[in-house]
Design a binder for this molecule. Structure first.
Ligand SMILES: [Zn+2]
Length: 124
């Protein structure tokens, strides 16, 4: 039985494809979005499409960025001779504590999930 119009149903279906979003959460988000001011909805939609279009892997450390080199690799205040390897880009934030800032640069193994130490030598 269809409770909602086709566009509301489509929005709920698309939102429910996101990780951690069940059908009830998708409905709640859909109605929240529908009740948001149009400029906020436009901003949300454009941030999603622009991130998808422009975000790629940093050419040096393989974290996700929208620039050729990420802010960590571009920073002149960091020690680029000491590298901390993390499993994926989301792990970067966990190690970016103020006391450790500038102490090292980071390298994400996200595009190379089965990367070993010998592979890292090849990448450098
Ligand atoms: Zn980088």
């Amino acid at each position: 039985m269809d409770y909602y119009s086709s566009q509301i149903t489509r929005l709920i279906e698309e939102l429910s494809k996101l990780p951690g979003i069940g059908s009830k959460s998708a409905q709640r988000l859909a109605f929240h979005i529908i009740n948001m001011p149009e400029e906020q909805v436009t901003g949300l939609a454009s941030s999603i499409t622009e991130a998808k279009r422009n975000v790629h892997y940093c050419k040096e450390c393989f974290t996700l960025t929208d620039q050729e080199r990420c802010p960590i690799c571009k920073s002149e205040k960091r020690n680029h001779k000491v590298i901390m390897v993390v499993e994926d880009t989301r792990d970067l934030a966990a190690y970016e504590k103020p006391e450790s800032l500038k102490a090292f640069t980071m390298c994400s193994m996200e595009p190379y999930p089965l990367c070993w130490e010998s592979d890292l030598e090849i990448l450098s």
